[in-house]
Design a protein around this ligand. Sequence first.
Ligand code: NAD
Ligand code: ZN
Length: 359
Amino acid sequence: MTKYRNFPMVPRVVFGQGCFKQLGEILLPKRKSSEAPFIFLVDDVFEGHELINSIPLLFNDQIIFISADEEPKTNQVDSLVSQLIQSYTELPSGIIGIGGGTLLDLAKATALMLTNPGSASEYQGWDLIKKPAIYHVGIPTISGTGAEVSRTTVLLGPDKKLGINSDFTPFDQVILDPDLTQGVSTEQWFYTGMDCFIHCVESLNGTFLNAFSQSYGEKALELCKEVYLDSLSEEDSRDKLMMASWHGGMSIAYSQVGVAHAMSYGLSYLLGVKHGIGNCLVFQYLEEFYPEGVALFDQMREKHQIKLPKGICANLSDTEFDTMIKVAMSLEPLWENAVGKEWRKTITPQKLKSIYKKI
Ligand code: NAD
Ligand code: ZN
């Protein structure tokens, strides 16, 4: 008998321009006591920004600014958790992540690790978390990753880049305020938005596709096309990309990503290339797997005059190529989704090396 997955979703979401202002009233009933603070993990790009004045601080609540220059790490989560445990007599009332995928993942991981013993690296994998996280809220300030809906938090650990996938990972509350995404540079808007576009292409062209994933994936793809190829007003574009990200995340929840993600993980592990740009660097050379997707991607890139960096893998040694290939090939479900059960017949180390060499 087929065993269908029973997966959790974000139970509460508010959407709309300016809805961030409702954060205070949303948090109030969740406060456990005056000794149990809310901890706001905020992308340090907002230091000194007016957004900070709208954060509803009470009692001993704390804002911690964190740089998104590097992707989140397990030891970074471990030190945040020990810092919070040492600073307060009670567990926090909640963790609120404000930023892109980096800050959202840090917030999810911190909320999980405040109730689960040991290091975050011990939980990288599937369903290793045993206890519910503390209350956690996600507030994206850039759209595309789908981290606001997903049941994972992707962390770079001592020996792997892998998510903490669990039923306790999704946010308890998400606040989707498209106004918060103002100020993102065109390049970053493109790279993170293309993460969503690539989620759709990989999900819709995968062997794991089903009506659930397809319905979300098709909607997200349509929204991405509007945002990147039509001439929308800025407001409309921000609204639509935020919803595209949500639907793209929902689409892969019940299917899987594919070739670009597998290979991008290799780039990220070896060279620290960030997720959005890494996906773009790989995806441009995947016409053999996703011909229509790559054609659309080229159109979007040209329209917005995005120049992807070149020569990233030009000076790598054979051992370094092997490391990337090993990381990429270890992501078996992604390859099975992309190519089918017999994927090992066509996806060889030589094949991946020839693609990496173009990057
Ligand atoms: P990010 O969080 O890395 O941020 C990218 C850049 O945009 C940073 O420089 C940041 O400071 C800046 N930025 C964010 N909001 C801004 C704003 N409003 N104005 C100006 N600058 C702003 O970007 P991302 O692409 O959203 O996230 C990438 C991360 O997400 C990776 O670590 C990746 O592993 C993770 N990810 C997680 C999931 C998941 O399901 N958990 C899915 C995909 C990606
Ligand atoms: Zn992605």
